[in-house]
Structures are given as C-alpha cells and as structure tokens.
Design a protein around this ligand. Structure first.
Ligand code: 5GP
Ligand code: MN
Length: 341
C-alpha cells in the first residue's frame, strides 16, 4: 500500500477541474530536466488516455538525452514556437504547472501563463510555492514531481490508465531527480512505486543507459577538461568550484545538457560537501550548486545568486562577468563555516 500523501480535498478539486474541460496545457520550467519532462509527459500520456486534449509547452529546448522519451516529439518549445504556444495557452481551459515553485522559473513564458484565463494547478516538490494556482499540490518531501504525478493519477482512481509510455516518463523523472537513486531517495515507497512501474513494463536499466550513458565524445572531453583544468578545491571550506566560459564551451561544441551532472562530480572527493558550477551563457552566468548532508546549497544560492532550490540541489543566476561571480563566491565562502559538518 502506498500512503495518501496528497490531501483528499486536493484530489477532489483536481477531479472536478479535469472533468469539465478538454483543452489542457501542461508547462514546466526553463531548461527542462528529466523530472520536468518526465512529469509533464506522464501527465500528457494520462490525459490522452482519458481522452482529453493536452499539450505540453516548455520555455526552452530540453537536452538531447531526453529526446527518446515517448511524446517528446509532440512537445512545443515556447521560444521556437511563440505564436502557436501563446494561442494554445490563451485558449486553454486548464493549465498544469509542473516541477517549479515560482512563476519566474517559466522565464519568457511566465507572463502568458500567469495572465491566461484558465485556472492553474501547480504540482511540485520545491519549497515555498507561489500563490498563482487555484490548486496547489506542493510536497517538498517527495522525490520528484514525476512521483507526485504517479500518486495523483492513482488517487484519481486511474492506476489502470497508466500505460507503458506514461510509466517510462514517471520513472525517468524519479531517476533523474535522485541522481539514479543516489540521493534524496531513502523513502521506502519510492521502491514500491518503481516496482509497480516495472510491472507495467518499464525497463529501468535501459532508461538508465539512455539518459546517463549517451555522451558524445565532445561532451566526455568537456567533462575531462573541466575536471582537470577548471576545478578548484577549497579544502578549508569543504568546497569545490568549476567554471566554464562561453569560449571554452564553444571549443567543445557545447550542446544543451552537455554539462549536466558535472556539478555533482566534485562531491566524490573525500571531504568535499559543497560543489558549485558556473557556466557562462550569452546573456548571464548560470550557477548550479550541490551539497551533501545539512549544508544549505539553496541558502547560498539565495544569498549570492538570486536563486533557490532544495537543500542539496539549488541553482541561480548572475548578470556579472564570470570572474566577478567567482570573486563573490570565494569572498562569501567563509560566511558558511557554521554549516560545515
Ligand atoms: P540545476 O542546477 O539542475 O539547474 O538546478 C537544481 C535545482 O535548483 C532545481 O531543481 C531548482 O529547484 C533550483 N534552481 C535552479 N535554477 C534556479 C534559479 O534560477 N532560481 C531558483 N529559485 N531555483 C533554481
Ligand atoms: Mn523536480
């Protein structure tokens, strides 16, 4: 038995909201990751099965290693297809916003979604959700939004409507948001759910290979370069930093998603519990932060880089030069010594 995490009144409200409508738009955050794609596509497959007219729209392109996901070929990319997306968002009767807590995480798409007439249903596992949604299903203790979608569908009484494609999407989100079940994954029920997904035909080993073992040679070389030449370790702060400039990324023919996972690698060094990766984009510096134990990556991100996230996985942005962001980080490191275990 899987416990009833989502409140009963939320289930009733979602049921009512879905029952009366056909046109349903499902959105996720900018730079959609495995959980953003997993949760939106899982919900999309489910809504198709119950004969709705769902469409998934994400602000920007997803990484190549998610392109195998069933249904990904039907996903609209807002920045590439703005006019059509705006029309669909405006015409929607219901909008699901998945895997983010703040409207600003939709970037260029936020205004269109927030101003749309349709009621919104937020399903997410980040702390401090915004208040734009009519129904807010926010459970930060849950591994992933994809797990929440599984729980939601089951509670709607529709476990039998989860087809293999839907199950594969759910599994992908759960797997990627836990680093292949290596963090944030100690809850027993995660494995009960996985067992159900495998019963539905999910080949978990195959999904692992498709998501994690599909590097291009350029991507592998970029990782090697970053670790060998660009990783700085601060033993007294139990921290590490990797930076990659636009020029360096170009040298390795950088494609979206190529630096995914890089930020986690320094955590394999004994004594390092906090790892930061700064990637220079054309218009900003994107910062990823990861930690182990109780060191608050999200606090550092909020304090220094206008960001947030989970305790152990956070992100933020800087509109300075890469060097200025590095200096800000190095200067502030000693402020967090009380959090070192
Ligand atoms: P990533 O490093 O994979 O981009 O992000 C890790 C986590 O940090 C995400 O799941 C999300 O919760 C959070 N995050 C990433 N970027 C931002 C950001 O710019 N602002 C906020 N508030 N959170 C972010
Ligand atoms: Mn997530």
């Amino acid at each position: 038995m899987i416990s009833k995490i989502i409140a009963e009144d939320q289930i009733t409200k979602v049921k009512k909201a879905i029952d009366g409508v056909d046109k349903i738009v499902i959105v996720a955050h900018v730079g959609p990751d495995g959980d953003a794609m997993g949760s939106t596509l899982a919900l999309w497959h489910y809504l198709m099965t119950i004969e709705k007219e769902p469409v998934v729209i994400v602000p920007t392109m997803f990484a190549n290693f998610l392109a195998w996901m069933p249904g990904s070929e039907c996903v609209l990319i807002y920045e590439n297809d703005k006019e059509k997306s705006d029309e669909l968002i405006a015409a929607a009767e219901l909008i699901f916003t998945l895997d983010f807590n703040q409207a600003s995480r939709m970037a260029n798409m936020a205004d269109a979604v927030i101003n749309a007439a349709a009621p919104k249903i937020l399903v997410d596992h980040h702390l401090h959700p915004d208040t734009y949604a009519k129904i807010t299903i926010s459970y930060p203790e849950v591994s992933s939004t994809s797990e929440l979608i599984f729980r939601l569908i089951c509670r709607l009484g529709d476990f039998s409507m989860i087809n293999l494609a839907c199950a594969e999407c759910i599994y992908t989100g759960m797997m990627t948001d836990t680093g292949g079940f290596t963090y944030n994954s100690n809850k027993q029920e995660i494995y009960t759910i996985i067992s159900e997904l495998i019963k539905l035909g999910v080949d978990k080993d195959d999904i692992y290979r498709k998501v994690f073992n599909n590097y291009s040679a350029d991507r592998m070389r970029l990782m090697g370069y970053a670790l060998y030449n660009k990783m700085k370790v601060y033993p007294e702060h139990k921290a590490a930093l990797i930076t990659l400039s636009l020029k360096e990324l170009e040298e390795f023919n950088y494609q979206t998603g190529d630096a995914e996972g890089l930020v986690n690698m320094p955590l394999s060094i004994e004594g390092v519990i906090f790892s930061v990766f700064m990637r220079e984009d054309s218009d900003k510096i994107k910062i990823s932060l990861r930690s182990q134990g109780t060191f608050p990556a999200n606090k550092v991100s909020a304090d220094l880089f206008n960001g947030g996230g989970h305790l152990n996985a956070a992100g933020g942005e800087s509109y300075t030069t890469l060097q200025e962001a590095v200096t800000k980080f190095e200067t502030a490191l000693s402020d967090y010594k009380d959090f070192l275990e």
